[in-house]
Every structure is written in structure tokens, then in C-alpha cells.
Design a protein around this ligand. Sequence first.
Ligand code: 3HC
Length: 382
Amino acid sequence: MAYKINQITVLGSGIMGHGIAQISAMAGYNVNLRDIEQSFLDKAMDKIKWSINKLVEKQKITPSEAENIINRIHPVVDLEQSLQGSNLVVEAVPEDLNLKKKVYEEIEKFSTADMIFASNTSTLPISEISAFTTRPDKFIGLHFFNPPQLMPLVEIIPGLKTEQQVTELAINLVNEVKKTPILCKKDVPGFIVNRIFIPLVHEAAYCLDRSNASMVEVDSASKYKMGLPMGIFELADYTGMDVIHKATSEMYSRDKKVIFPHPKIQQLYENKELGQKTGKGFYQYQGDNYERVQLTEEAADKFDPIPLVSVAVNNASWLISNEVCNREELEKALKLGMGLKRELFTTAETIGIGNIINTLKTLQTNYGTFYEPDKYLLSFQK
Ligand code: 3HC
């Protein structure tokens, strides 16, 4: 049976949920946006209106289209009501396996048999989450990037039991919302992009301990020497320390090789210094609205980002060695999911793969096996 989406329910109205609701409505879908408190939904609708206004200002949409888009999004607190009439649920609740289990058990009660569940999990294996449901065949990972309104990538992650037709439906949906799908061929912790991004936040924190560089210098080097559009600390604050911390714990609990946690992230999380959304994270902000950190080329000159490039390219190599994606898909994912302006392997080759391997070996001697160079990287030396 070929599936067709009539209406979408998005569960969770946070940074990702509200953006996913918005782009779905922009593609013409009626969307029920569900959260547990009206105040969360009010905030989400304010953010949607801000984003839509930006798109009108830039003449990407007309004022009348803007009105129609907003009218297609229905904020709802009642779970049963939010699911009525929908045949696709996109779950974007916080990254906590127990919470996801509770949510899926609840929605099962009100879901029709043919309802498709898609999780926007950033790191949790799809096969593990789908095991909480009666429909692992109709369950898929649909991983959007922040801000969903602007980032063109969606990683598609089929679980072990996902039906081929559900994967095809997901690919079609991603194309319909004018994004680019990349299929993650193995359901590994962090999928493709987060396996690079989340460990980089920790490595950037280690760079502060192991050098005299300041946050702005590390961030400026990430921007001007690695080609990231935002500094790594800036991006962590923008993503939210709750997301980074939970993704870290979930990834680390499954695979010690993927990430080397720095205590600073947990500390910020416990202090509720979650980043831009709370006005303070690594940096201080005026409020919780979109705001950038001032980074400069002069500051970039003061820090050599070789440890950052080394960790990123080593995790990228692991993905290639383990056939999660090939090099071309990896570079495409980093370009579309993180806005990387220069290919990661090109940056590594400019530094010299030999230098990268030596850096990793020294880090391995000093700090342990997380830094052990991957066989794909080593294969460049043969
Ligand atoms: N909707 C509409 N417009 C928006 C917007 C939104 N949600 N967010 C920002 N904008 C606007 C800005 O206000 C600005 O408008 P202006 O020109 O009127 O001032 C415009 O977009 C451009 O923004 P910037 O001037 O800040 O310039 P950039 O060229 O740097 O673009 C960006 C902004 C697209 C956010 C870019 O910095 C970027 O790509 N950053 C990296 C983001 C990233 O890596 N995301 C992935 C994180 S990992 C993830 O999400 C996975 C999860 O599982 C953890």
C-alpha cells in the first residue's frame, strides 16, 4: 500500500518542533502543533511569526502566503485532539529515552493503525525508540537541523524494521518541504552530522584548557579557518546545552569512541545556562532572540584549530569506514546540515593528513583511545 500524508502532528514546540511545523505548513500541510502547556505553544507561535516575517521581508513569501501558512498551524495542548485526522506524527520532544518511551506509549492509545511515526531524535537509535511502539515497520528517523527554516538537510534514518515504503514516503516528504534528504545507511548514535558536531563542542572546551586561547579566538578560528558559519561555542549556545548534554549522554552511553565528554557541558546544563534560550551559555546574550557573537579574522589568527579539525575528520572517517555514508554524502551532509563552507577533508588535506594523524596520536597518548586515528584516515598514508 502506498502511503499518503493528509495532515501532520508535530509533538513538541521547542526549537525544532516549531520550525518543523512551520516548514510543513509552508509546503501546504495542515499541522497540529502539540505541547504540554499553552505558554510553550504561545512562545512557539511567536517564533514562527518572527521567522515568517523575516521571509516576507526578504520577499521569499508574500504577506498573504504568510497569513495562510500561519492559519495552517493549529496549536493544541490536548494530545488526543492533536492526533485527530493526522496520519504522520513528527516527534520532537527532548532527547531522553524514558521521556520518548512515555510519549510513544501515550500516542499509541490515540493513533490509527496506519499512522506513521517519525522521530526527530538527534542521536538515539531509531530501532531502540521504535521498539517502544507496536509499529516499528511504520517508524522512521527524520532528523532536521536548526534552524529548520533555513538548513537544507534532513537525515533520514530507517530502523531495522522500517518498511521500504515508509522510507520512500519520508524522502518524498523531505523533497516536498524543499529540503535535501540524505539517507543514513546505519542507525548509529549521532547519525552523520551530530557525530561530528556534538564531539566538536567538547573538543572546543578542551582546547580552552589545553591552550591560552579564548572562546572568541577558538570560535573565530572555527569560522575563518574551518569554514563554519558560526563558532562552535556560538553554535552550542544556539542549539541549547540541554540538547547538547542529552545528546552527549545518550551517545556516550552507547559508544565511548564517539565522544569524549568535557565536564563543562554538564555543568552549564545543571546551572540552567542553556545558551541563547536562557540568555546565558558559553556566552551572555541580551535576551532569548536570535543574536550573533562577534567573531573576527584577527581573533582567528590567534588559534590553530588543528585539534578541532583532527577530531572532526577522525569521526568523519569512522562514518566512512563503517559505511554509514560515503565521503561525498558526508561532505554534502556537513555543507547542508551545518553550513560548512569548505569540505572537511579539503581542510584536513591543507593541514596535511600526516599532521592530523600525528596530532591524534599525541592526543591519544595524553588523553586516551577516543583520539585513536581511524583506519580510513590511516589509509591516506599508504
Ligand atoms: N527564520 C527566518 N530567518 C532567520 C531565521 C529563522 N529561523 N534564523 C535566522 N534568520 C535570519 C537572520 O535574522 C538574518 O536576517 P537579516 O539578514 O535580516 O539580519 C538572516 O537569517 C541571516 O542570518 P545571519 O546574518 O545570522 O547569517 P548567516 O548567513 O550566518 O545565516 C544561519 C544564519 C543559517 C543560522 C547560519 O549561521 C548557519 O548555518 N549556522 C549553522 C547552523 C547549524 O550548524 N545548524 C545545525 C546544528 S546541529 C542540529 O541542529 C542537529 C540537532 O540534532 C542538534
